[in-house]
Design a protein around this ligand. Structure first.
Ligand code: ATP
Length: 363
């Protein structure tokens, strides 16, 4: 029997509600005797850890995660701690420490969801956004001098390396190739950002020549936002820089109905380190502790985790369970216009898994 070692890091805010729900779903899945089981280790890192110890996670934290098969992450963010500390002290530390350079964000309009674009049919919006996850605008290059003085100055330098751009573009072309439409849009801002983004364009052309079977086009990031709204069906796979894709994927999530549904994978495609799976929403302190958090973004991230672990059948089963839940408006949380609670949605999804032992038959 295969055992997957999973690290859970709920983090802050509603992460503490959705990650235990995610664990419950995995336990339910394993209960069907699918030929694998999970061994969990929980890490209570985040804002509370910072208040107690002055750091979001211990110095040797990465070593505690290194031998895991995957990491399930909630969110990092605390109203009492500056955002750059919570982000850099935990999530980015793991992403960069484990070179999880490919951030993958699928977006679809799930059954039963009332998406805001009225002319957009469900089949018109089926995207995967690939976000460069280690460099670009979030490389951490820059500085601040003469603080508080009139001559104070600060820089954030966009850092692009040929190796970094090449590997994310190759990853995106490969991903586009694995999808039926074999269509990739490369997003840049090379009209205004004349150095790094022009290099990105050039490398895109070079890498594209390795993938003659993938159709691709280029879009400036500002035009891309309009295209996502006006011509959603013209898009399939998208690749963009760390900052651009961060913004585009929040827009994508909103166009698909709710931030609460959206999932992401931070992948080390070379599998030297564990990859990390998380809902794309943040800590959402406004709804924390009220049972209102939609856990489906976390459940979708479990689907991505199972795919990464090579458990395709189980992944499909959890996705089917998610779609069964969204199809029933009584199981919609407040972000979807409903009144269901985190616990009710989780219980319904687990009940669906119990009632549909597809896994045992198909495995
Ligand atoms: P952070 O600073 O950690 O990114 P945030 O509160 O600024 O957190 P999000 O957590 O992304 O940003 O949330 C934005 C809004 O979307 C919140 O006000 C919240 O009400 C809503 N929201 C986000 N995630 C969910 C969810 N899973 N279920 C329901 N509502 C959600």
């Amino acid at each position: 029997m295969k055992t997957y070692r999973i690290a859970t890091i709920p983090g802050d805010g509603i992460g503490k509600e959705v990650i235990p729900a995610g664990r419950q779903v995995l336990e339910q899945l394993a209960a069907a005797d699918p030929g694998f089981r999970f061994e969990f280790e929980n890490f209570d890192w985040g804002g509370d850890h910072y208040r107690a110890h002055g750091v979001m996670m211990p110095e040797a934290g990465l070593d505690a995660l290194r031998d895991k098969d995957a990491i399930l992450f909630g969110s990092a963010g605390d109203p009492q701690i500056p955002d750059h500390i919570t982000l850099w002290g935990l999530r980015l530390k793991i992403c960069q420490g484990f070179d999880q350079y490919a951030n993958v964000r699928p977006t679809r309009i799930l059954p039963g969801i009332d998406a805001p674009l009225k002319r957009c049919r469900r089949e018109d919006l089926d995207w995967v956004i690939v976000r460069e996850n280690t460099e670009g605008e979030y490389a951490g290059a820059g500085g601040r001098v003469h603080q508080g003085q009139p001559i104070e100055a600060a820089t954030d330098v966009t850092l692009m390396t040929r190796a970094g751009v090449q590997r994310i573009l190759r990853f995106a072309f490969n991903l586009a190739r694995s999808r039926p439409r074999r269509l990739l849009t490369v997003v840049t801002k090379s009209n205004a950002q004349r150095h790094a983004m022009v290099m990105w364009d050039q490398i895109a052309r070079e890498v594209a020549s390795e993938f003659p079977d993938v159709s691709w086009d280029k879009e400036l990031v500002d035009a891309m936002t309009a295209r996502m709204v006006n011509r959603p069906a013209s898009i399939d796979t998208v690749v963009a820089t760390n900052l651009h894709a961060d913004i585009l994927s929040d827009l994508a999530a909103a166009l698909a109905g709710s931030l609460g549904l959206a999932a992401t994978a931070n992948l080390d495609p070379e599998r030297r380190y564990p990859s990390m799976f998380e809902p794309i929403h943040g800590s959402a302190f406004d709804i924390m502790g009220k049972g209102l958090a939609n856990p489906l973004g976390t459940f979708w991230s479990l689907v991505m985790m199972l795919e990464h672990l090579g458990e395709a059948v189980a992944a499909r089963q959890v996705m089917a369970a998610i779609e069964a839940v969204t199809a029933d408006p009584r199981l919609h949380t407040r972000d979807l216009g409903g009144t269901a609670t985190t616990l009710q949605v989780t219980a319904a999804l687990c009940a669906w898994l119990r009632a549909n032992p597809l896994l045992r038959a198909a495995a």
